[in-house]
Design a protein around this ligand. Structure first.
Ligand code: SF4
Ligand code: SF4
Length: 502
């Protein structure tokens, strides 16, 4: 009302933002592009769809605040929220995977990397090639990045690992960049001298732990010994070394990954117990990839999406129970989705984002300097198909890589807004599709979602998480809130503070 004239102010113009919904339990989960969500009953959803939500009601205010209904003054705020949610697209490649050798001292039933024997030193990366990879990585527009050592077993080419850390750290400082070095190792070649150097040079270490000894040793064979014994021995030693170096054990500890095979399906609790026993603070329940040796041994180790989801839900129940009992352990895959659902940011997990990270968020460098969209693309190459090979570090610039036809195709194939099925899915703002997986499972980098097992798994996991959120159990909310709290590890960041031993 205008106080002077008494004339009524014109009603604010309101428009509906694009939204999608899916029935979960008694209510519908309703989402929009910038990742806001709400739960509506049948009547409320009908009001939203038909434009009957009355101004001034609590529902109207909630819909405005979350950006489902837009008055003119809301548009910039919602646009900014969307910009923030997808800000990863501006950062360029932040993960650079160096396959420093294909040699490996273990033989795993599901090996993705297509290993070579320890005598095949021709599959070692040279120092010259390694420096070219580091130079390319540091040309990324991002000021912060990770260089990850993969294999084979990277400790089999330890000399190059050391050189990359020293060279990369110095080059990063010279260019004003911050770089983290991450070693993914089975730890069987670790010794005290290497451990001392790696801790002093702040190289983050992660490993594979596939469960209790019988399960781990059946999956991962180490000639002349138990792979499990070596792994858990060194996990303990690394954690002790971090403490001795004055690092906070809450933040600095070995991360372990499990590869879930058919044998795990009936052993969910055993697996979680093993992680708790080894003082892990996270467990990552990743479904098996059909790459590398895993395809050949597929029937023995693989399972259906439904079987995986049954396992996942049982394991998640148990992880939540452990948390209720006071044990702080998070499930990483669930935590990635929860970060997207419960915060205004995206955690930039490169395999679950839209578009995915292939070439624009990560690059994999093979031992001979060949460049791939990602490590999974390299694994397909090791199987004899070079579709995801972009070229060589000897001849390409970073710009050549990012603007290559291969990378553009991957971005198109993983941009969910343009994919039938995904474009209308309530989980589009939080989800991702993997073109390498689609190509391997379905023969096309574009997914056919009705039969795509990864889609079934991601949908099932998000159904479960939204069911938990809808229940409004304060204990579960508190656990989830802890899981999504980002904890920086500044001591692992090479930013000129620690060049060489600190
Ligand atoms: S293609 Fe697949 S593995 Fe490669 S970056 Fe994209 S999602 Fe990740
Ligand atoms: S992959 Fe499946 S769950 Fe994910 S957005 Fe697409 S249709 Fe939805």
């Amino acid at each position: 009302m205008n106080a002077k004239t008494g004339a009524k102010a014109p009603a604010a113009k309101v428009q509906r933002n694009l939204f999608r919904w899916r029935k979960i339990g008694a209510k519908h989960v309703v989402t929009n592009d910038h990742g806001a969500h709400t739960f509506l009953d049948d009547e409320q959803l009908d009001e939203l769809i038909t434009g009957r939500v009355k101004a001034g009601t609590p529902l109207y205010e909630e819909m405005r605040q979350k950006g489902f209904l837009l008055e003119d003054t809301d548009i910039q705020r919602v646009a900014d929220a969307y910009d923030r949610k997808v800000s990863f697209v501006y950062r360029g490649p932040v993960l650079h995977i160096l396959v420093v050798t294909l040699r490996c001292n273990e033989v795993c039933t599901y090996c993705h990397a297509s290993r070579s024997n320890m005598s095949e030193t021709e599959t070692d990366m040279s120092i010259t090639t390694a420096e070219k990879c580091v130079d390319m990585a540091l040309r990324s527009p991002s000021n912060t990045m990770t260089i990850e050592f993969q294999g084979g077993e990277p400790l089999a080419n330890y000399e190059v690992v050391q050189h990359v850390v020293e060279y990369g750290s110095a080059q990063a400082q010279a260019r004003g960049k911050r770089v983290m070095f991450s070693l993914v190792s089975n730890l069987a070649l670790m010794d005290e001298t290497k451990l001392d150097w790696l801790v002093q040079n702040r190289v983050q270490i992660s490993t594979s732990l596939d469960g209790p000894k019988d399960l781990h040793d059946r999956n991962r064979k180490l000639v002349g010994g138990s792979a499990y014994d070596r792994t858990v021995f060194w996990m303990k030693r690394i954690n002790e070394a971090y403490v001795a170096a004055g690092l906070d054990p809450q933040l600095y500890h070995v991360e372990a990954l499990a590869t879930i095979t058919r044998e795990h399906l009936s052993r969910a609790k055993d697996l979680v117990d093993e992680y708790v026993k080894n003082e892990c603070r996270a467990i990552f329940l990743r479904p098996l990839n059909p790459f590398g040796f895993a395809k050949k041994t597929g029937e023995k180790v693989s399972y259906t999406a439904t079987e995986f989801l049954t396992f996942y839900n049982e394991a998640l129940d148990y992880v939540l129970q452990k948390n209720r009992d006071g044990v702080e352990i998070l499930e990483r895959l669930g935590a990635i989705f929860l970060s997207k659902i419960m915060t205004p940011d995206d955690p930039n997990y490169l395999d679950i984002r839209s578009p995915c990270g292939a070439g624009i968020g990560q690059i994999a460098y093979n031992h001979d300097g060949s460049i791939f969209t990602c490590d999974e693309g390299r694994m397909v190459y090791q199987m004899g198909d070079e579709v995801f090979r972009i070229g060589s570090v000897d001849t390409l610039t970073l710009k050549d890589v990012v603007t290559s036809e291969t990378v553009k195709s991957m971005a198109m194939a993983s941009c969910l807004d343009g994919l039938p099925g995904c474009a209308a899915c309530a989980y589009k703002p939080f989800c991702g599709t993997c073109p390498v997986f689609n190509y391997t499972e379905q023969g096309n980098i574009f997914p056919q979602n009705s039969t795509n097992s990864r889609c079934t798994i991601y949908m099932g996991i998000q159904d479960r998480l939204f069911r938990e959120l809808q229940s409004e159990d304060p204990t579960v909310r508190g656990i989830f809130q802890r899981w999504i709290t980002v904890k920086d590890r500044p001591e692992f960041m090479h930013d000129g503070r620690h060049l060489g031993p600190s």
